[in-house]
Write a protein that binds this ligand. Structure first.
Ligand SMILES: Cc1cc2nc3c(=O)[nH]c(=O)nc-3n(C[C@H](O)[C@H](O)[C@H](O)COP(=O)(O)OP(=O)(O)OC[C@H]3O[C@@H](n4cnc5c(N)ncnc54)[C@H](O)[C@@H]3O)c2cc1C
Length: 286
C-alpha cells in the first residue's frame, strides 16, 4: 500500500474544507469495504484520505418534509433493521440483505455503494425505481440530483473530487409505493449480481401508473427500462402485459458476455427478473 496522509474531520464543514484544501489529491473513505481493496493495488498514493466514517451528519434515517432521508453513512445492516424502511420502502431491505456477507453489510454504506457506481451495485435499482434523489455538498453549497444524472459511467459519478454525497431522499409521494427488488448471482451469497432489478408501480382503479423498472449489471450503469415501463403505464396489469414488458426490457439492456455469464443467459435473467418483480409489486398493491 502506498503511503498517504489521513484526516478524520468531526464535522461536515470540516470535511468540505479538508476536501477543498487537498483537491485533487484527496479521497473519501467511508466504510472502506470497496476503497480499501482498491487502495492495496494502486501504484500512486492518493495523497490525503478523508475518513468520514464517524461523521454524525451523514448517519441516521428520518422522515422529513420531502420524504425519507437516508444519510450516506448508513450501513446496509442499519437499513435492514430500520422500522421506517420496513414500513415505507421494504424493497430496500431485500437489496441491503444481499450485499456481500454480514461483515460487508456491517461496514459498507449506502453512500459508498452508490459512489462506487459499479453496474452491479445492489442499492441502485430499488432507489432508481423509487425516484430517489441524492444530495451533494461541496464548497459552493448543496445540489440535488436524480440517480440517472448521478450515474455517469462504470466507476464514475457526477460528484466532483471536493464534493460529499450527503444523503439519499426517497420522495414522500413514493413512500409505500409497491416495489420489489431481485438479484441473480452465481451463488445466493457473496456474489456480484449477474442481473438485478427493481420494479415499482401504483395500481389505481385497476390500472398501473408511475411504473418504474430499473435494471443493474446489464449496461455501463444502472438503467431504467423506459420502453418496458410504457407497455404497462395506464393499462390494466395482466400476466400477458407483464410478459410483454419483460420481453421489451431485454431490448433496452446491453449485457456483457464474460466469464461469469453469457449475454444470452443474462437476457433470460432480465426477462425473469422483470416478470417476477412486476408480479410481486402487483401482489403488494392488493
Ligand atoms: C467481499 C465484498 C463483497 C461485496 N459484495 C457486494 C454486493 O454483493 N453488492 C454490492 O452492491 N456491493 C458489494 N460490495 C461492494 C461494497 O462493499 C459496497 O459497495 C459498499 O456499500 C461500499 O460502501 P463503503 O462505505 O464501504 O464505501 P468505501 O469503500 O468507503 O468507498 C467507496 C467509494 O465511494 C466513495 N465514497 C464513499 N462514501 C462517500 C460519500 N458519502 N461521499 C462521496 N464519496 C464517497 C469513496 O471515496 C470510494 O471511492 C462488496 C465488497 C466486498 C469487499
Amino acid at each position: 500500500m502506498q503511503p498517504f496522509d489521513f484526516i478524520q474531520p468531526d464535522t461536515i464543514d470540516g470535511t468540505i474544507t479538508a476536501l477543498s484544501n487537498h483537491t485533487p489529491n484527496v479521497r473519501i473513505l467511508n466504510g472502506g469495504t470497496d476503497y480499501l481493496v482498491e487502495l492495496k493495488h494502486v501504484h500512486q498514493s492518493p495523497g490525503v484520505i478523508v475518513d468520514i466514517s464517524r461523521l454524525t451528519g451523514i448517519k441516521g434515517i428520518s422522515l422529513i418534509d420531502e420524504g425519507l432521508r437516508i444519510g450516506s453513512g448508513v450501513t446496509h445492516t442499519e437499513i435492514m433493521s430500520n422500522p421506517m424502511v420496513k414500513e415505507h420502502v421494504p424493497a430496500m431491505i431485500d437489496a441491503a440483505h444481499v450485499v456481500g456477507a454480514v461483515q460487508t453489510r456491517n461496514l459498507g454504506t449506502i453512500g459508498g455503494n452508490l459512489v462506487t457506481c459499479v453496474p452491479s451495485m445492489d442499492s441502485g435499482p430499488t432507489l432508481m425505481a423509487l425516484d430517489a434523489q441524492v444530495t451533494i455538498l461541496g464548497p459552493n453549497g448543496k445540489r440535488q440530483s436524480s440517480l440517472q444524472d448521478f450515474f455517469v459511467g462504470p466507476r464514475k459519478t457526477s460528484l466532483n473530487i471536493d464534493e460529499l454525497l450527503l444523503d439519499i431522499i426517497i420522495p414522500k409521494e413514493n413512500l409505500g409505493k409497491p416495489a420489489k427488488f431481485i438479484k441473480f448471482g452465481l451463488r445466493k451469497g457473496q456474489a456480484l449480481a449477474l442481473v438485478n432489478a427493481a420494479s415499482a408501480l401504483w395500481l389505481r382503479d385497476g390500472k398501473c401508473t408511475d411504473v418504474r423498472i430499473a435494471l443493474g449489471a446489464v449496461a455501463p450503469v444502472v438503467i431504467r427500462a423506459k420502453k418496458a415501463e410504457s407497455v404497462l403505464e395506464g393499462n390494466k396489469l395482466t400476466d400477458n402485459l407483464i410478459d410483454e414488458a419483460a420481453k421489451v426490457a431485454i431490448r433496452e439492456a446491453k449485457p456483457i458476455d464474460d466469464f461469469r455469464a453469457s449475454k444470452e443467459y443474462r437476457n433470460d435473467l432480465i426477462e425473469i427478473a422483470v416478470r417476477r418483480t412486476l408480479k410481486s409489486a402487483m401482489l403488494n398493491s392488493k
